[in-house]
Ligand binder design. Structure first.
Ligand SMILES: [Zn+2]
Ligand SMILES: [Zn+2]
Length: 72
């Protein structure tokens, strides 16, 4: 199985729900506070202010799977 990190914008609300609006940050979206990265292979999650700030931690996490592959 191919492991991928997916990033999605999250809302300003307390629970940081994932934004599924077609244009994040503009109406009817209430606004986004940042992004959440999630791993397709495990329960790893991280939130960050920008996608760029998440790219580093995402690639670091991905590397842990490459050295210790999860059974597919
Ligand atoms: Zn939204
Ligand atoms: Zn993972």
């Amino acid at each position: 199985m191919r492991i991928a990190i997916t990033t999605a914008p999250v809302h300003l609300d307390k629970t940081s729900t994932v934004c599924t609006h077609p244009a994040p940050g503009t109406k009817p979206c209430p606004g986004t506070s940042g992004y959440r990265a999630s791993c397709s292979a495990c329960t790893w999650r991280r939130t960050g202010r920008t996608q760029i700030s998440l790219a580093d931690v995402a690639s670091t996490h991905l590397a842990t799977h490459l050295t210790a592959p999860v059974p597919s």
